[in-house]
Design a protein around this ligand. Structure first.
Ligand SMILES: *Cc1c(COP(=O)(O)O)cnc(C)c1O
Length: 346
């Protein structure tokens, strides 16, 4: 039920899919990010540059090792880390950049790779929301020193809990394998612990689920895209609404369907209004630096990262899943149009 053949198959096929040498299955995306930080030797006092507009795990994984997440504000179109603001945040303590392909839109990896070369920085690629996406024809998950996918129920591949770390470096792969399994070495005894390790193993049931979905990932992503494009079509022409970003040089994957409201709409009241019509929506994400924990720990306040904050206040996730029907899309559209008319600021 654990550490069996399905895990190995899932890992092998994942490595092949992303064009990487090694894949290590773990029990969540968060554990994958944590092991990445450890395997790259990031430790107390080090700094890692990342985005405040993400799921909290992409910053917490840096704190797990007492290193410091240094936030850089986002690009207003792609919602990803703004590559042009990274360089000014690099110090002697900077060890790595941790870009996140937010909502399935690939980060501008050209710029990030260039900076990593120039300053000898490691890259931890958080591809948890973006399996199948391509930056300039190259799959995400192939750019980082370590790259991480996640298989939580809302992701494109869902195993319940689960994640995968991709690397090309043999020694790093070995260390990550060992750390996910209580720091075991290659000794035959079950008590050959040679380093600090964890129980971050991906169980066989989850691996089996992941493997079967990976084998039809093109179909899954195609279906998600089809639904997203139908939503785009149905919602187009609403003046107060900006539809999800469509990168020109890259190919996105569809994790969530996020719309942005213009300033004259009272976005905060939209979810309650739509809930009464049976349409569930919610803000996605709340900036990491404005969570209670980060405010308290680092003293962040409003206006620290204005674009991330502005985007977070103006966007909502709409219902989005493979089986969303044409009828439901039409219903959502009508409800949303009514909500916008009703909730215009006067
Ligand atoms: C889902 C996700 C993770 C990992 O989440 P887990 O729930 O631990 O699998 C990490 N980063 C981002 C951006 C995510 O969306």
């Amino acid at each position: 039920l654990s550490m069996g053949p399905r895990l190995e198959m899932f890992e092998n096929e994942m490595a092949k899919y992303t064009g990487r040498k090694y894949a290590v299955g773990v029990n969540s995306g968060t554990s994958g990010l944590h092991l990445s930080v450890r395997a790259l030797g990031i430790q107390e006092g080090d700094e890692v540059i990342t985005t405040p507009f993400s799921f909290i795990a992409s910053a917490n994984c840096i704190l797990f090792e007492k290193a410091k997440p240094v936030f850089v504000d986002i690009d207003e179109e792609s919602f990803n880390i703004n590559p042009h603001l990274i360089e000014e945040k690099i110090t002697k303590k900077t060890k790595a950049v941790l870009p996140v392909h937010v909502f399935g839109v690939p980060c501008s990896m050209d710029n990030i790779l260039q900076l990593s070369k120039k300053y000898r920085l490691k890259i931890i690629e958080d591809a948890c929301e973006a399996i199948g996406a391509k930056f300039k024809k190259k799959k995400v998950g192939s750019f980082g020193d370590t790259s991480v996918f996640a298989f939580y129920p809302n992701k494109q591949i869902a195993t319940g809990e689960g994640g995968m770390v991709l690397v090309d470096n043999k020694q790093q792969a070995k260390i990550i394998r060992s750390m996910r399994n209580q720091g075991r070495g290659s000794g035959k005894s079950g008590f050959d612990h040679i380093r600090l390790g964890y129980n971050y193993r991906l169980d066989e049931m989850s691996a089996a689920l992941g493997l079967m979905q990976l084998r039809r990932i093109e179909e899954i992503n195609e279906k998600r895209k089809e639904v997203a494009l139908k939503l785009n079509e149905s919602l187009s022409g609403i003046e107060e609404l900006e539809l999800p970003y469509n990168p020109s040089e890259s190919e996105r994957s569809w994790f969530v369907y996020i719309v942005r409201f213009s300033e004259e709409v009272n976005r905060d009241e939209i979810p309650d209004y739509l809930r009464l019509k049976g349409v569930q929506t919610r803000p996605y994400f709340s900036p990491i630096h404005l969570t209670k924990f980060y405010r308290k720990k680092f003293g962040y306040c409003e206006k620290s990262f204005p674009i991330a904050e502005k985007v977070s206040k103006a966007t909502l996730a709409l219902p989005f899943f493979n089986q969303l029907s044409d009828k439901e899309i039409a219903y959502i559209t009508v409800a949303l149009k009514k909500a916008i008319v009703k909730l215009k600021k006067s």
